[in-house]
Design a protein around this ligand. Structure first.
Ligand code: AMP
Ligand code: ZN
Length: 465
């Protein structure tokens, strides 16, 4: 597999540190609000990366943190008369509701900053001892100029970065480019005891500390949105490499922005739509499909049209899958025919092209293209009266690819299925007994439930209207 490494700005062959194993870390949300559709982009894409690596046989350990103490959380807590911990707990729960709705699997571990204060403080201590950090009035700052590779990820020298930085004259820092590792507690803020007095961590240090604790000093993949490259990931590199004395990350992967009217969707700009609200209009799964229909590094524009296109495309996939389910129950008995064998012989080719697309820096857009070619071929092959066995092989092949993308996860409505099947049986019995008025009444009852019946040579099919 080749991945575009933001550090080298090249597509590189992916070689894990330990054969067969992958350690990956993704910067997770700051939990003070519902996630917006832009935040969902890395969550969905790196879920697909993890699924694909597993499909290719790797054992993946995936850590995605929650930033559960920070200025925005504290501000919200104060505004609502709650504790920061209560706000964080609420929005962690809401995160999981949305992530599960989007078909995102839980990470192997979801570490929280507040539960890793010991590791965070220990790392700051090492940086102070090694001369990379200093204390000022209960704050601790990273001495950026002491780390020669500072700027390596964003491809800028410290002088370039300094030119673009906002300089605060009241700064207590030795150098405007230094950044906070630890902040002294202000009144009304949550705090933890430390060698520098009561305080709380800066944002960047938590990822260095938790990545090191849960995945090791050097990891295979670190990912997040492209806005995190500077300063967040640059600072993570400076902290981890100075403290641990070894390379922090082998492959950096960053997703492009999700835009709305050609501007980045963001909470601070106020041009955002929460995943919850978008899902209420379009459903969760079309949001996932939409994200995967473009390459993860390209910008994408969130619009009604693109979500409606995603809905329509997904409906085609579901319809093909439901048709196969019907044929698995109602198709011809016996082993698969010669003509059907000729079709299944082409499946390896589809799988290969799907893998080739995903191997090329996770090209989900092309992979979806291959999936639809497969669906079209299967739809044609099952016209007429295919065998059940063939329908089963087709369904399995289709699910193999949709599982990698995490699509087609919508649960069948078991209650509805059972009620519909029972009414169809009643209607069949009425028809056999030539009680046509009763049969029509049942058809109308089903219509009232939003179910349309289709009489086919292989039996009665139904669909939601
Ligand atoms: P934040 O809550 O802003 O720290 O963002 C959490 C994650 O979502 C980070 O990985 C960001 O890079 C990512 N993110 C935020 N806004 C967008 C956007 N409009 N498009 C893509 N990714 C985004
Ligand atoms: Zn991070």
């Amino acid at each position: 597999m080749k991945v575009f490494n933001s550090m080298t700005r090249k597509k590189e062959e992916f070689v894990p540190i330990k054969p067969g194993e992958v350690k990956m870390y993704c910067c997770g949300p700051t939990v003070y609000n519902y996630i917006h559709v832009g935040n969902a982009r890395p969550i969905i894409l790196f879920d697909v990366l993890r699924r694909y690596l597993e499909y290719r046989g790797y054992q993946v350990t995936f850590a995605q943190n929650f930033t559960d103490v920070d200025d925005k959380i504290i501000k919200r807590a104060n505004a609502e008369g709650k504790t920061a911990a209560e706000i964080a707990e609420t929005y962690i729960k809401e995160y999981f509701t949305d992530a599960h709705g989007l078909g995102v699997r839980d990470a192997t571990i979801h570490p929280k900053a507040t539960e890793n204060m010991d590791a965070i403080i220990a790392m700051v201590q090492v940086l102070v001892e090694k001369g990379y950090a200093y204390e000022k009035n209960g704050d601790v700052y990273y001495r950026t100029r002491k780390f020669p590779r500072y700027g390596c990820l964003s491809g800028q020298s410290i002088e370039d970065l300094e030119a673009g930085a906002r300089i605060d004259v009241n700064d207590v820092k030795e150098d405007p480019m230094d950044f906070a590792l630890w902040k002294a507690a202000k009144p009304g803020e949550p705090y933890w005891n430390s060698p520098w007095g009561n305080g709380r961590p800066g944002w960047h240090i938590e990822c260095s500390a938790m990545s090191g604790r849960y995945l090791g000093k050097t990891i295979d993949i670190h990912c997040g949105g492209q806005d995190l490259q500077f300063p967040h990931h640059e600072n993570e590199i400076a902290q981890s490499e100075a403290a641990n004395g070894c390379k922090f990350v082998n492959y950096w992967m960053h997703n492009g922005f999700l835009n709305i009217d050609n501007c980045k969707m963001s909470k601070s700009q106020g041009n955002f739509c929460t995943v919850r609200d978008a899902a209420a209009v379009y459903g969760y799964e079309p949001i996932r499909f939409f994200m995967l229909s473009a390459h993860y590094r390209s910008p994408i524009n969130y619009s009604r049209e693109s979500l409606e296109q995603a809905q329509a495309a997904l409906a085609r996939l579901y319809s093909a899958a439901e048709n196969l389910d019907f044929l698995i129950k109602n198709g011809a008995e016996g082993g698969i025919t010669e003509a059907e064998t000729a079709v299944t012989a082409t499946f390896d080719g589809y799988r290969q092209r799907f893998d080739d697309a995903m191997d090329d820096d996770l090209n989900t857009a092309d992979a979806i293209g291959v999936l639809f070619e497969l669906v079209r071929a299967v739809n044609t092959a099952v016209e007429g009266k295919p065998t059940r066995a063939f329908a089963e092989i087709c369904k399995k092949m289709m699910l193999e690819l949709t599982d990698v993308l995490g699509l087609l996860y919508r649960k069948q409505d078991c209650d509805l299925d059972c009620r519909v099947e029972a009414l169809i049986q009643e209607r069949q019995t009425a028809r056999k007994a030539k009680k046509f008025a009763e049969a029509d009444r049942i058809r109308e009852e089903l219509k009232g439930m939003g179910i349309e019946l289709m009489d086919t040579p292989m039996g009665v099919k139904w669909k939601k209207i």
